[in-house]
Design a binder for this molecule. Structure first.
Ligand SMILES: C[S@@+](CC[C@H](N)C(=O)[O-])C[C@H]1O[C@@H](n2cnc3c(N)ncnc32)[C@H](O)[C@@H]1O
Length: 348
């Protein structure tokens, strides 16, 4: 059995992508082995717990001991470093509040570590925070049920590790009191997933920029930003010396002197229209990197996002799409231009 973490409410979308499986609770989907091969990195999954087993225990101590029984012999057999992630599913009530179950999960982690030290101190010494190390994941489903998984992350074609480096598929994004909107979290999260940051001096185009959360993220890193939106920007962003506000529609905007370093796009538009916009930018080679939202109405036809990924690849980009922790009914696509193949030397 493999267990996937998604955002609460998106279990049916994940099951549809996997071609099977069952929601175990808000934000948790379990599937048998046969389904996983076809969808290694499904768009709606933020984390995978491969080869997972459920254990039960009435107390924190029992849960920790049962988990240890499952993983200890394998950790002893593998001499390398390993990492421990212990977490609870996202809270269905408030995405930023994980509450009681998370607190209990951290107690399970503490107990697991204490038990491990008592039994096999040498194994405990090999514990690391390295995302590439063998990963023990403990998911506290409810008070007395723990999902246990042990697997070495694999590198996907885009270069990213899977299981993802983020505990429970939730990168920690700090507060930013200067940001004009909470939307800044979405771009910060996308940048964490990309593993590539906006560099000092980068040239950025931000489509659908108002009130300016994403532009703020880019400006903070020392980029120059062209912010395209008919609506007003928050004055803290709009008056920034490295920002130019262009009041027009994103769909007819063309960058000066392409390619720019980054295309950012959070325009509210029908997904077909936004997909056309992305296709245009990538096929014309107008940007080197992008972070782009496709927004859906209702539980829409998410296959459109898969089509957008394919077009981006066809245009020569290394691309990935995910429904991220801070995303609402939208999918974030991100990518970078693949290095162009060197022309073979000509023989004289
Ligand atoms: C979700 S908000 C963007 C939030 C922004 N990323 C932030 O961090 O503050 C969507 C924006 O898209 C803009 N928008 C809608 N249609 C647009 C279009 N055709 N061209 C440019 N902007 C558009 C809206 O005016 C709105 O400001």
């Amino acid at each position: 059995m493999h267990v996937f973490i998604c955002s609460a409410g998106f279990e049916p979308a994940l099951v549809a992508l996997l071609g099977g499986g069952k929601a175990w609770g808000p934000g948790v989907v379990a599937v048998g082995d046969a389904h996983v091969v076809a969808a290694t990195d499904p768009m709606f999954a933020r984390q995978i717990l491969p080869d997972a087993t459920a254990v039960f225990g009435a107390s924190i101590r029992e849960l920790a001991e049962r988990a240890l029984e499952i993983v200890l012999s394998r950790l002893e057999q593998c001499p390398g470093p390993w990492r421990l992630d212990v977490f609870a599913p996202d809270s269905p009530v408030d995405a930023n509040l994980h509450g009681e179950t998370d607190r209990r999960a951290s107690l399970v982690r503490d107990r697991f570590v204490v038990e491990l030290k008592a039994r096999r101190r040498a194994v405990g010494r090999r514990r690391t925070e390295d995302a590439g190390a063998m990963r023990v994941q403990l998911l506290l489903m409810d008070r007395d049920r723990l999902i246990v998984s042990l697997a070495t992350p694999v590198a996907l074609a885009c270069g990213a590790l899977w299981p993802s480096p983020f505990v429970g598929g939730r990168p920690a994004i700090g507060d930013d009191w200067d940001a004009p909107s909470s939307a800044f979290r979405k771009l910060e999260e996308a940048l964490r997933w990309m593993g590539t940051d906006i560099a000092l001096g980068a040239r950025v185009v931000d489509l659908g920029a108002a009130p300016g959360g994403w532009s703020h993220v880019a400006l903070k890193r020392g980029a120059s930003v062209v912010a395209v939106d008919r609506a007003d920007l928050d004055p803290r962003v709009g008056t920034h010396p490295r920002l130019t506000h262009v009041r027009r529609t994103a769909f007819s905007f063309e960058p000066d002197d392409p390619p720019v370093d980054w295309l950012l796009c959070d325009v509210i538009a029908a997904p077909e229209k936004s997909r056309g916009l992305l296709d245009r930018w990538l096929s014309k080679d107008w940007c080197r990197h992008f972070a782009f939202h496709l927004k859906f109405k209702g539980r829409g036809d998410y296959r459109l996002a898969e089509g957008a990924v394919k077009s981006a690849r066809d245009s020569g980009f290394v691309v990935r799409a995910k429904h991220l922790f801070h995303d609402k009914n939208e999918v974030t696509l991100w990518g970078r231009r693949a290095p162009r193949e060197m022309a073979p030397p000509t023989l004289r």
